[in-house]
Write a protein that binds this ligand. Structure first.
Ligand code: DON
Length: 561
């Protein structure tokens, strides 16, 4: 009891300290809500414009699917670093009867892709090729994904109503927050380098409060509004994409676009301390990795463990070492490679793996500024949706097909471009994730839904490349093992380990010097890094209160009614 009290005191203090060290959200341009308890429905996204649009749809009779579609298109306008129509993603949907399904709208390799397309004559990866420009783009899945979600679950049954807010936002413009202005300024060079035509992102110096109008994007969104998926995969938008691909040595063809289709898949799931956790299966590694982490740590009793003291960190790290090792070997697109899901998630088998405290001798690194975005929505009819969507890196490939106004993804880098060669998040792969025409590249995205006694308990997810997996895992521990309140769970500092590199990365204030010494004593390096992830969480209390929590690390916004 004393220990529980100490733990609560300790992490409340810790959360406060962490909040002081976070960049402050931009209240000067938008009213931003970090947490709120509501009665009927709520939306948590990375941007206040998107939250507002999603909320309007919910208030006007839309359900979680309707709001998700409106949010996705809005984010493509107001959050172009990751919100997208030129990318892809994954979602979990739980309907009012409690059935959970998952939709895979991940990008695919173009039909003309080849296994060695990013290698030079000596077989070495030409680094930028899979990351920047037209050749780095996978066939986008987002618009098909949203249309597929609409056909199956929409309550409003009016597609144009869901896309119109984004059209208007692109036409009338949206105000830049400080962080949006900063990031646009930072990447001017890449926008110039990959676009010789005029694009709205180019400007000498963006400032907070400036208005970004995107007329080409508004026209493309209008075509999507009027013609559904065909407004993107056929007709003028498709023609512009194909022309641009041909002009800039990209591979995406008319057939690739026309034949793209998203896939309903069974989510993966496990029981963790009396809660049922559902998440995304392959071609994301996220769900399987999350389940493995939960299964490996469930036998460990955290009751007397102090939050983020050495015992907690080492237990996680030891499990993460196993999980990222298995990811590397066995995970890929299940339509192309047999992923042994049952054995990979069998806790008896998992627990036979030995923990290896040996040091890796590789020279892997990780980039620290990863961008994707997640949104969580609960409606008043009992449906919920958890969506993670991305262009991969910040602004994806930077390549905007002339006249379309949208940024194309650089998702091809998520393939193993060469066996054992790390992608931009430092994770590696081999055969299971090699490039093949039409195949989906392996992902770490982990949209998650948790129930307790068959009632909704939580909806969550985050961006962060490979740190997505460990962030979602920590939020679940924070909620279930450390009994934190939803916002405390999101605001608490995070750490990350993926085996290669053999380093525990931690946010400011997570590790003390003493803990770093202890970790080094058991042969782990520890390194402080920039903020990890941006979690959007909705919890439902046993009394049915909807508790919204938006990550304090950005302009993320939680609103409901
Ligand atoms: O699918 C993946 O795992 C990556 N393309 C996700 C990229 C990402 O999360 C970047 N940032 N936050």
């Amino acid at each position: 009891m004393k220990r529980v009290f100490f733990n609560r005191f300790y992490y409340s203090l810790f959360v406060l300290l962490f909040l002081f060290s976070c960049k402050k959200p931009d209240h000067s341009v938008y009213s931003i809500n970090k947490h709120e308890d509501v009665e009927h429905a709520g939306v948590v996204t990375a941007h206040p414009e998107a939250t507002k649009i999603g909320l309007e749809i919910l208030k006007n009779g839309g359900n979680a699917a309707d709001a998700a579609i409106a949010v996705q298109f809005a984010l493509a306008v107001c959050y172009p670093r990751a919100g997208n129509i030129g990318g892809g993603g994954f979602l979990l949907y739980r309907d009012s009867m409690g059935e959970v399904t998952s939709l895979d709208f991940r990008e695919k390799a173009p039909g003309q892709s080849t296994r060695d397309m990013y290698l030079d004559n000596s077989g070495n990866p030409i680094d930028e090729k899979s990351k920047l420009g037209a050749l780095a783009c996978g066939v986008p899945g987002t618009v098909d994904g949203m249309y597929t979600l609409f056909l199956r679950y929409s309550r409003l049954k009016d597609w144009s109503k869901l896309v119109l807010p984004a059209v208007l936002l692109a036409e009338n413009g949206c105000k830049l927050t400080a962080s949006e202005a900063e990031i646009l300024n930072k990447y001017q060079h890449n926008f110039r380098r990959f676009n010789k035509h005029s694009i709205p992102f180019l400007k000498e110096n963006w400032r907070t409060g400036d208005i970004l109008k995107q007329p080409d994007l508004a026209r493309t969104l209008r075509l999507i509004m009027e013609n559904g998926r065909n407004g993107f995969y056929k007709g003028p938008t498709a023609e512009k994409m194909i022309n641009a691909m041909q002009k800039h040595n990209g591979l995406i063809s008319a057939d690739d676009l026309d034949s793209y289709s998203s896939v309903w898949r069974n989510p993966v799931s496990t029981e963790y301390r009396g809660y049922r956790v559902f998440s995304m299966g392959p071609p994301s590694s996220g769900g399987i990795a999350l389940i493995q982490l939960l299964e490996l740590t469930e036998k460990f009793d955290f009751t007397d463990v102090v939050f983020q003291k050495c015992e907690h960190i080492t237990q996680n790290v030891l499990s993460e070492r196993i999980v990222f090792g298995l990811r590397e070997q066995y995970l890929g697109d299940p339509d192309y490679y047999h992923v042994p899901i049952l054995s990979l998630t069998d806790s008896a088998i998992l627990n036979t793996y030995q923990y290896h405290p040996t040091k890796f001798t590789d020279h892997h690194t990780m980039v620290e500024k990863e961008e994707t975005t997640h949104y969580s929505i609960v409606d008043e009819f009992g449906n919920s949706v958890s969506v993670t969507t991305t262009l991969n890196g910040n602004f994806g490939s930077y390549f905007i097909p002339e006249g379309t106004g949208f940024i194309m993804n650089n998702e091809m880098d998520d393939f193993s471009v060469k066996s054992g060669h790390p992608n931009m998040f430092g994770v590696i792969g081999h055969e299971a994730n090699r490039i093949e025409p039409g195949k989906r590249m392996l992902s770490s995205m982990t949209p998650t839904i948790i129930t307790k006694d068959e009632k909704l308990f939580a909806v969550l997810g985050t961006p962060g490349g490979s740190t997505i997996i460990t962030s979602v895992f920590q939020i679940i521990q924070n909620l279930i093992d450390f009994k934190m309140e939803p916002f405390e769970a999101v605001a608490a500092g995070r750490f990350h380990y993926q085996g290669k590199p053999d380093t525990v990365f931690y946010e400011e204030r997570v590790l003390t010097t003493h803990m770093i010494d202890q970790l080094q004593a058991i042969r782990y390096h520890a390194k402080q890094r920039s903020p990890i992830g941006r979690v959007e969480l909705i919890c439902i209390s046993p009394e049915g209160i909807i508790r919204l929590a938006a990550d304090p690390r950005g302009d993320d916004d939680a609103k409901g009614y």
